[in-house]
Design a protein around this ligand. Structure first.
Ligand SMILES: Nc1ncnc2c1ncn2[C@@H]1O[C@H](COP(=O)(O)OP(=O)(O)OP(=O)(O)O)[C@@H](O)[C@H]1O
Ligand SMILES: [Mg+2]
Length: 269
């Protein structure tokens, strides 16, 4: 369904992503790990057409994504919704309206200007918030919510687009361990229950191991590991992070290690 072929992005002499090849045959939950500067964000940004590739190709269900322009490109961008570390909500706007903004691509300028949303969309937004365990916060301003709740609003906004793929760039990097766990569990449920592919850049190896079926390791723009969490041995982790001190610091930092996955399931339910 998704095929990334020799995808490369250079910034002058600096090759941020170097001939990456990734094939996703069926919906999956994929974690991308690697040190700072490895090229993780650049890879996600190319997938979402936020930045153009220097060379190579992205194909999705026989469409050439790298060649899309104008309306077709915008349609693709709503089919692969993006979630960011800093949530990117409108802080002073209520939660439901923030979620409804996920439908902006499909609405007229006039309707957008006057904040006119069809009742069916409003119901859908509330249902999605309910599913994520935060419906009671619907009328509040986004800025009044905790970081974990705000990230779930961002996920709800992404779901409003009914995306085939959710791209998450360090979705839990600003969250405390409990909220991090809840957000990862929400993404996992969305993958399992809806059959959507989730591709998340993650800061720690443990999070990738715990929540993903497949882990991709990047180093200096190259994919140096692509396998299951079980195949991600200490040796493989050293190849990804390097064998110096930063390996022990970055790869073994266990942000949510001490929490049991069922704790988060309780909160989401
Ligand atoms: N707009 C840009 N202009 C110039 N260089 C860039 C730009 N964006 C990224 N880079 C460079 O590309 C490389 C990969 O950056 P990228 O942000 O993709 O890494 P990352 O793996 O996401 O890192 P982090 O974990 O810190 O978020 C880095 O060397 C970075 O400096
Ligand atoms: Mg990044």
């Amino acid at each position: 369904m998704l095929r990334i072929e020799d995808l490369t992005k250079s910034f002058g002499p600096n090759v941020a992503v170097d001939a990456a090849n990734i094939t996703v045959e069926k919906p999956a939950m994929i974690g991308i790990i690697g040190r700072s500067g490895a090229g993780k964000s650049t890879l996600l940004r190319m997938l979402n057409c936020l930045t153009d590739a220097t060379s190579g190709r992205i194909k999705f269900e026989d469409q050439d994504i790298t060649a899309l322009k104008g309306k077709d490109k915008r349609r693709w961008q709503s089919e692969c919704a993006m979630i960011f570390q800093q949530f990117n909500l409108v802080p002073r706007l209520d939660v439901v309206s923030n979620v409804l903004h996920g439908t902006l691509n499909q609405r007229s300028t006039m309707a957008t200007m006057f904040n006119l949303f069809p009742t069916s969309d409003i119901h859908r937004a509330i249902d999605i918030l309910d599913r994520l365990g935060i419906a009671e916060h619907g009328p509040k301003r986004a800025e009044a919510l905790s970081g974990g709740q705000q990230q779930r609003v961002a996920i709800a906004r992404a779901l409003m687009q009914d995306p085939k793929i959710i791209l998450a760039d360090e979705p839990i990097a600003s969250l405390d361990p409990m909220n991090a766990q809840v957000v990862m569990q929400s993404l996992r449920s969305i993958h399992e229950e809806d059959g959507r592919t989730v591709i998340a850049n993650l800061h720690t190896l443990d999070t990738a191991r715990r929540f993903c079926d497949r882990v991709i390791g990047m180093r200096d723009g190259r994919i140096v590991f692509d396998g299951t969490p079980e195949q991600l041995t200490t040796g493989a982790a050293r190849d990804i992070y390097g064998a110096d001190d930063s390996f022990s610091e970055e790869a073994t930092s266990t942000q949510i290690e001490t929490l049991d996955r069922t704790d988060a399931e309780d909160v989401v339910a």
